[in-house]
Design a protein around this ligand. Sequence first.
Ligand code: C2O
Ligand code: CU
Length: 475
Amino acid sequence: MKAARRPFLLGAGAFLAGAALPETGRSGPLARPLMPTGRTVEHWLVAAERMVRIPADAGPEVPAWTFGPEPLPMIRLQRGDSLRVRAENRLDQLISIHWHGIRVPNAMDGVPYLTQDPIRTGGSFDYTFTPPDTGTFFFHTHCNTIEQLGRGLAGVLIVEGDELVRHDADLVCVLRDWRIDGQGGFAEFTSNAAAAKAGTFGQVRTVNDRVEPVLEVPAGGEVRLRILNIDPTRIALLGLEGTPAAVIAIDGNGLPPVPLESWRLGPAMRIDLSVRAPGPGEEAVLYDYFSAEPVPLARLRGMGPRLDRGRFDPAPLIPSDFPAPDLEKAETFRLTFQSTAVASDLVLPDGQVLRYADSICLSSATLWAIDRKTWPEAGHQQLPPPLFELVKGRSYVIELVNLSQYQHPIHLHGVTFQVLDPRQGESGQRADTVLLGPRDRVRIAFVADNPGDWMLHCHIIEHQETGMMGWFRIA
Ligand code: C2O
Ligand code: CU
């Protein structure tokens, strides 16, 4: 099948205006408070080097770093379940696990030195929390992330319980590229030249670690497709051809369904689609349009007798309940994102001088900055001052301004924010990561209800680890 519906790419800073806003005639379901189920789901993740075939079905074995024999562990729980994960480190470097997008208590956030001591070789750490929100999340290490994520250390976490109308199937599509050299090893994960630009791209593009896999779906049914971009670098422009689809969640957060035309999905971002499965033996194709020729990523093939689901009209998900920020009273902070030609030393109030260079959990150069400050040498161990300090319970607007010509998916730990400037046709979206276009500006708002010290960084990992990272405090 050829891509017939190629979207029109706009210039710098512009985003594709998505389809029309959903009608508001149908009032959506209401959020429900968190009710503990009394159940605890337990997992044991052992970070180690394992020989893994990449792509999964066909490729050569490479020394990947994974959490288990399955290169992509999948954790599913029901809302209200507690999760207990024992993370064990059998690598010869430090690790920690961050639960991306989950509003965990600060001590469970998995940021070395900021929220916990890193897990040393041979050591372990128990993460226990009850995820407050439903949705599609993932987890990854937060130490030397360029290499650790590049070699595979990540997994999927799904919290169920947001469907009023059950889908006929629920599938996960994890997008990641592998930086392998074709001779049983990994290629370069980074270079200063690439890190100063869009980053280092992988050569083998996979969905669920396979090249253009066929995903079998019940013909004619309503399928939930959870798409996660966990690549450290690549921004995809997704489209599905051959069948109608709608975006029903962004970063795990339900929203009034938005008909899918094309959708920009940066590193760490997720969308859930409701898709009408193709008829028996027919296929629909998931494309990335963001390249000279559209790249087919995966195929959905209709299997079995055709289900009759009537007109395609996906039901909204039950939203998670977040406190609504009070925009009238909110204080505003502005953060700028830019490159640094030369980083200068940072003098702390007590006279200590932080030098910008390499450290244990980071790469060695400083190329990027937030508010002209880059993350310093000894980074996590010797913290720079916070970007801002927020008062617990108050509402805040953060204006994110991109002064560079590169895109940056900006992620905040600890909170889920509302995006005040719609990006792709949706409105009032909640998210944990927002993609800033070149010279773009976007305002986000949230109630500072989760106390602790939280990271704020670009999720193009080479940008993050060369300085585009900071932290803020809620107290
Ligand atoms: Cu997935 Cu600090 O991030
Ligand atoms: Cu960036």
